[in-house]
Design a protein around this ligand. Sequence first.
Ligand SMILES: *[C@@H]1O[C@H](CO)[C@@H](O)[C@H](O)[C@H]1NC(C)=O
Length: 202
Amino acid sequence: MHHFKSKYPTIMRRCLSLLCFFLILVSRVKSDPDPLQDYCIAETRNTQTVFLNGAPCINPINASPSHFTTSALSKPGNTAANPLGFNVTLTNIRNLPGMNTLGLTMARVDIAGNGLVPPHTHPRASEVTILIKGSLLVGFVDTSNRLFTQQLREGLSSQNPGAQLASSATFTTKPSIPDEILKKAFQINGQDVSRIRKNLGG
Ligand SMILES: *[C@@H]1O[C@H](CO)[C@@H](O)[C@H](O)[C@H]1NC(C)=O
């Protein structure tokens, strides 16, 4: 999130009025199937002869950090060319091949002052909107045609993201996870367990 925020400080810069309005029609639909492996980095160079649900994967041995990072969303889209004043930049398997089959797309939406994204649905996804810069009226209509709208302010717009450190969640729980379980799970001895607990303030 920090990476995203710091790199794109100008997103929606010009969207400063209440008139920026977009409706997201959310329907109850199935998301992508669960992946059967950690990742499937898209093979985008070879001509595809077999059609899969997603692109074929490269050999996992050749996976690298760059497959999981992208600067595709760093540049503002040109909103002037669009009569409604918006421009959508998407991640895809070419600019972010590590997301292939993982069921996630990120979109940067630049909206001009008084611009709008017309009402639309995403038949295969749920959507989270985070306003990076400006002020934006967002909303959706439920299946009984009830409208929900909210004026977004800059910043993270999660209801309750939560955070948990795996180390503390393992070694400093109350009550403690039994030593025998930790010893076996981490292949360590009783002294190791005590030392880690102490180091983590448990
Ligand atoms: C969105 O902005 C990009 C970058 O300026 C531009 O290349 C593209 O044509 C724009 N798309 C539309 C639909 O205006």
